[in-house]
Write a protein that binds this ligand. Sequence first.
Ligand code: UD1
Ligand code: MG
Length: 463
Amino acid sequence: MPKPKTSKKSAASLPPAAPLAAVVLAAGQGTRMRSAQPKVMHKVANRTLIGHVVATLADVGADQVVAVIGPEMASVAKAVSPHPSVEQTQRLGTGHAVLQARDALKDFKGDVLIVYGDTPFVTQETYARLREARRAKKAPALIVLGFEPKDPSSYGRLIVTKNGLERIVEFKDASAKERKVRLCNSGIMLIDSQVLWKLLPQVKNKNAKGEYYLTDLVALARKAKLTCGVVDGTEDELLGINSRTELAVAEALVQARLRTAAMEGGATLTDPGSVFFSADTKVGKDVEIGPFTVFGPGVTLDDGASIKGFCHIEGAHISGGAIVGPYARLRPGAEIGPDAHVGNFVEVKNSVLEAGAKANHLTYVGDATVGAKANIGAGTITANYDGFNKSRTEIGAGASIGSNSVLVAPVRIGTGAMTGAGAVIRKNVPDDALALNAGAQVTHEGFAATYRAKKQAAKAKKA
Ligand code: UD1
Ligand code: MG
């Protein structure tokens, strides 16, 4: 029988990527932050450093994530949950740290990505390139993300020969010649789980620091006749954060990325450098954002929303055609409907402004529902708090609230109803009614002129 023809595999038909687990090293307290909080709990773009790492790992499709944390780091465990955390009680080195995750991953077979909790800006694309390198024919068992920093200072050096990555030498243990190598270890590594758990227990701590170095895995893999590889990363992405100064550098870098992403997504930013986003800000197409605006966590700007300058916005959803600002403050639970307007010195909290509703000047709208096309006069306040409880104000569609009104919640202003200027509304107003409670006006003819004359005469006498 003739042999069946073997079909030629195209170069592109690689095996599917192996399942992925990630170990996030975060046991260091980060003393240079001079903080009571663990380093990885500090925030960039309103997201913790470790939160950035976990978010990217989700994007890259990690099936399991385990964080290695230090003692008394309940806040970090909470930040990574529902992913599990394991405690490294003594900080005996990066190799020892990874070993703490072995039990949590005992049923996992695939590739293990090792990352640092304080190196949060490695992109999804870079992690994908590491995975891609593990899919190649005769793929190396272990791949290190390397980079050439401007100042290689104390990074571990990657020793590469024609056989690929031969070993990693830590700066403290390196010879003068090895220290001249510019290709450095970022610390990020992708490795076959079986190789990892076989070799890691063999790592010793006979080195300058007396630590169990994860980096020793490379030499151990070579001894076991396995190949190791390097994928190149950029210094920007690999920025580690050790101090408040570096935190500020990271903030600037991430803000630049977020601004670019917003603009590439179709938003106009008049002065990008003065707009601050949160990592989770969602910005639609044809959104306009004026200068000096800050977005806290949880903001969604639908297509066609317009934010004038000088606004502070968090936990808010702004619909298309809505205009917010200048000088508006939207707090959590602000739901701004299509074509609604929120003007200068207006604060909105936990309230809905339905389509076309307007609160244009000097107003506090808290715990309220404002019906479609209702108009709230300048200086209106919803008095939502009696010192004990928060209560709601309901304003019907098409209602008109007079300037300088106080709406004492709980209270309902009916559909199409009106309130007079300066009214204090304590009782519900029926649909289409007008509610007034200002006292009748008293007019004293000529009073002002007499008063001025008297005062001027007294002043002249003194002089
Ligand atoms: C490590 C690498 C070095 C690399 C550098 C990149 C080793 C031995 N060295 O050195 O080659 O150039 O990172 O930044 O891996 N951690 C723990 N438990 C420990 C020790 C560390 O969780 O016992 C965590 C730290 O919190 C940190 C990360 O591991 O997130 C790296 O630790 P660090 O002490 O900064 O390692 P380096 O000495 O900088
Ligand atoms: Mg370090």
